[in-house]
Design a protein around this ligand. Structure first.
Ligand SMILES: [Zn+2]
Length: 304
């Protein structure tokens, strides 16, 4: 995808080179990731680790309470963000080619969604893009590269360890710039859901639901983020290059719940799906790509 260079005034934070490590204040709330958090990407030991992390950092305890703040919340972000107009974004975005690619995609998504919101008279707020390496901090607790990229509604940050792009290409077989763009656009989609109150509604519904029902609702939320990623790309259709859409489809295919579970466990457990099957992820990404219309991304009514 031929994206413009990032706007130097975008909201970017960078924890790289700060020593990493856990810590950094109480956060809470749900992480909205690109990938299923528990199970597929971790071995058995990893599942325990992930559960402990969730318990320690409040991922299980505070569902529903921390999400969808309209602003002025008391839970301050624990990361530095560059105020507009400084060179902080420029510094962070030019660390390497992966950082630049992430910033360019984020910057494009930012412009695109701001315009969509303006058209419908809704107020848009920019998320931040937060780089970290290995272990970092977020308003939702510890950030760990093993989690994959995620969005934290509490501090409205998109968290990225750019080493994930290597994993995407090598482990998941999803190469190419558009596969990376899709990752950023998916996380941006979670920010849109946060602004629209969708993730808030989902959290409340999940609080009343059984585990299987909660997972099913999560699938709908994640598929909508995939659809929103497609909407962003469609709104920038003139910038797409041959092969881009295929790169996106390959990525969506590779990170479906069924595909990941088959790889890691040799079988699938649909009740535990949180992100949707490969077929569903591809279908909703395509729906966004075909329509360019967020209204077509209603994953909550009807069959998915
Ligand atoms: Zn997601």
């Amino acid at each position: 995808m031929r994206l413009d260079d990032f706007d130097p005034n975008i909201n970017v934070g960078d924890q790289r080179g700060q020593g990493g490590g856990f810590g950094g204040g109480g956060g809470g709330g749900m992480l909205l990731g690109l990938l299923p958090l528990i199970g597929s990407r971790f071995g058995c030991g990893g599942i325990v680790v992930a559960l402990i992390l969730l318990a320690v950092f409040g991922g299980l305890g505070n569902l529903g309470s921390m999400i969808g703040m309209g602003g002025g919340g008391s839970s301050a972000p624990t990361t530095r963000s560059a105020p507009a107009g400084t060179t902080e974004a420029t510094k962070a975005c030019t660390v390497d080619a992966e950082s630049r690619a992430a910033c360019n995609a984020y910057s494009s998504a930012d412009k695109t969604w701001e315009a969509i919101f303006a058209k419908s008279g809704q107020q848009f707020r920019q998320p931040s893009l937060q780089f970290y390496s290995g272990n970092g901090r977020s308003g939702c607790g510890a950030a760990q590269s093993a989690m994959g990229p995620f969005y934290c509604p509490t501090d409205q940050g998109i968290y990225l360890d750019t080493s994930f792009f290597n994993e995407l290409a090598n482990r998941f077989g999803a190469k190419g710039d558009f596969a990376q763009d899709y990752v950023i656009a998916h996380e941006f989609g979670h920010h849109i859901q946060n602004l629209l109150g969708t993730s808030d509604q989902v959290q409340r519904a999940q609080a009343r639901a059984s585990e299987a029902e909660g997972n099913a609702i999560s699938v709908r939320l994640e598929l909508q983020a995939d659809c929103y990623a497609g909407v962003w790309a469609a709104q920038n259709r003139d910038r797409l290059e041959p092969g881009d859409i295929q790169e996106g489809m390959t990525a969506a295919q590779a990170i479906g719940d069924d595909t990941l579970q088959k790889e890691s466990q040799g079988r699938v457990m649909p009740d535990s799906f949180t992100h949707g099957t490969s077929a569903q992820r591809m279908a909703w990404l395509k729906r966004g790509l075909d329509s360019g219309d967020p209204a077509q991304c209603d994953t909550f009514s009807g069959a998915i």
